[in-house]
Unconditional design. Structure first.
Length: 324
């Protein structure tokens, strides 16, 4: 995510922890998610020196230094630590991976870090990253890792956590998709309940589009649904997904929700939060942690409600970040 205002990113985040080192990266891929969001891949240098290897925790962001711009931009990492490691070539392919994945693995995959950049003409670094693809592909920039909104949760005994509640508003999905994808990729000795509540505006100009088309244009929703489909087989993560489409077409939502998610034509309520925390009663509030990222007003309301729902020490198990 990025923020567009008069306070420079580095000044606004001065109190946040950040690494000392700048890493040179190359802009290697640009994909258009929808009219206002781009996905960028930054190719990382391959380093055999562990002390110089690029590392980060899921949920962190980058200071992005573009040579022609005086101030650094701040953008959340949407990939995972596993993506930042070289995927080695395989001597033989594994048929269980499927043809596409197997071919990719056999050729190896360079390390990279991914960002989702919202169109922001008033934000110079974001505006540069929204230049025509042919002008920026292959260009080198420098990045630095920072932020304290991370997984695993700080100050919490992770072994006691049985339930995770993610609440995203708009591009607040960015750090949460990194965390959830990391959980999806990581082996765990115990199952984990995950409740994902995602509030998004109905895509503009799509009032006559099909439901599938609308859902595919919501940032990272296809990735979320793919994780749910995969985890439905292993049951290692028991994920429920609720999409809250504000300013949506009542007729479109009335057509029904797909089997892997539930669509609501409204905002997230305290009852929704309580249901995510308490659920079917398998877990207690003291076994739950919650992550919230979205616009300031929404974040403040969600955090306040969650602290009450989580009860004693609830404020120590609610984590949030708001940039705009």
């Amino acid at each position: 995510m990025s923020r567009e205002d008069s306070i420079p990113h580095e000044l606004r985040t001065a109190a946040e922890p950040r690494q000392n080192r700048l890493y040179p990266v190359r802009l290697s891929q640009v994909d258009q998610v929808n009219p206002s969001i781009r996905l960028l891949q930054l190719a990382l240098p391959d380093s055999n020196n562990k002390e110089q290897a690029f590392t980060f925790l899921p949920g962190q962001w980058l200071d992005v230094h573009i040579p022609s711009i005086a101030t650094a931009g701040g953008f959340t990492i949407t990939s995972t630590p596993a993506d930042a490691k070289l995927l080695p070539s395989l001597e033989s392919t594994d048929p269980s991976l499927g043809a596409e994945t197997s071919a990719s693995a056999s050729q190896g995959r360079p390390p990279y870090v991914e960002l989702a950049i919202q169109a922001s003409p008033g934000n110079p670094p974001a505006a540069w990253l929204w230049k025509p693809k042919e002008e920026i592909l292959g260009q080198e920039i420098n990045i630095r890792v920072g932020g304290s909104f991370v997984w695993p949760p700080t100050g919490v005994d992770i072994q006691k956590v049985k339930n995770v509640v993610f609440i995203a508003g708009g591009v607040g999905i960015n750090p949460l998709i990194s965390i959830l994808t990391h959980l999806h990729q990581t082996q765990s000795s115990q199952p984990l309940g995950v409740h994902f509540l995602y509030s998004s505006r109905f895509p503009q100009g799509r009032e006559s589009a099909s439901l599938d088309t609308v859902l595919d244009e919501i940032l990272f929703l296809p990735r979320l649904r793919q994780i749910i489909r995969t985890q439905a087989l292993s049951q290692r993560l028991r994920i429920s997904l609720d999409i809250f489409l504000t300013n949506s077409s009542p007729g479109l939502v009335a057509s029904g929700s797909p089997p892997d998610l539930t669509i609501h034509p409204r905002r997230i309520s305290e009852a929704d939060l309580r249901a995510a925390v308490v659920g079917d009663g398998k877990f207690g509030p003291d076994q739950t942690v919650a992550y919230v990222c979205g616009p300031p007003r929404m974040t403040d309301e969600m955090v306040q409600s969650l602290k009450g729902v989580l009860g004693e020490d609830g404020d120590q198990r609610v984590f949030f970040e708001k940039w705009w």
